[in-house]
Ligand binder design. Sequence first.
Ligand code: HEM
Length: 162
Amino acid sequence: MGCMKPLPTLLLGAAIAVGGPAVLATSSASSAADRLEPAVASMQEQEPSLEEAMTAMKKSLRKLRRGLPKDDVDMAAMVEHVLDAQAYAQISRLMQPHYAEKIPEAQRKTYLQEYRIMQLQMIQKMFDLEIALVKEDREAAQKVLAEVLAFEKAGHEKFNVE
Ligand code: HEM
């Protein structure tokens, strides 16, 4: 037993041998990520952070908000912006808000489920927005964009964003 390595070293070795952040996440009993499914745990450890993804999503949505009212708007560029917004929302839905740490353990699962569901509902709206853009229907697109933008206030209120 003299050659027995300390437990953390062993766990890290095993994580590296099997590979993947999901495995690493399960090596620390106290981390929040180990209560999550592997895809979430993996996303949690990568760039961008949730805040960065949200900020990037906001920039893409702003370009849509400014562009869509214009008669001569480049619709192909608008489609690119909605694709970017969707991509950042896809990242965000697999992350967990910082505030989750402050939610008592007993309610945290529900908090995270509701967070994920609202993100998915927003992504559904972003697909409706893409449909309107593909149809080159600027009027419909502006209507759906307003519904997408309404998620900011609703999401931030519900999930305790300062
Ligand atoms: C149009 C929709 C949205 C926009 C433009 C947006 C934008 C942002 C921005 C810019 C931030 C960075 C911090 C700040 O400036 O307050 C942020 C943070 C955050 N947003 Fe959103 N957001 C949107 C929708 C949502 C939704 C639907 C949810 C929840 C389901 C959500 C949850 C959060 C959380 C939890 C943070 C804090 C980040 C953290 O805890 O690390 N947001 N958002």
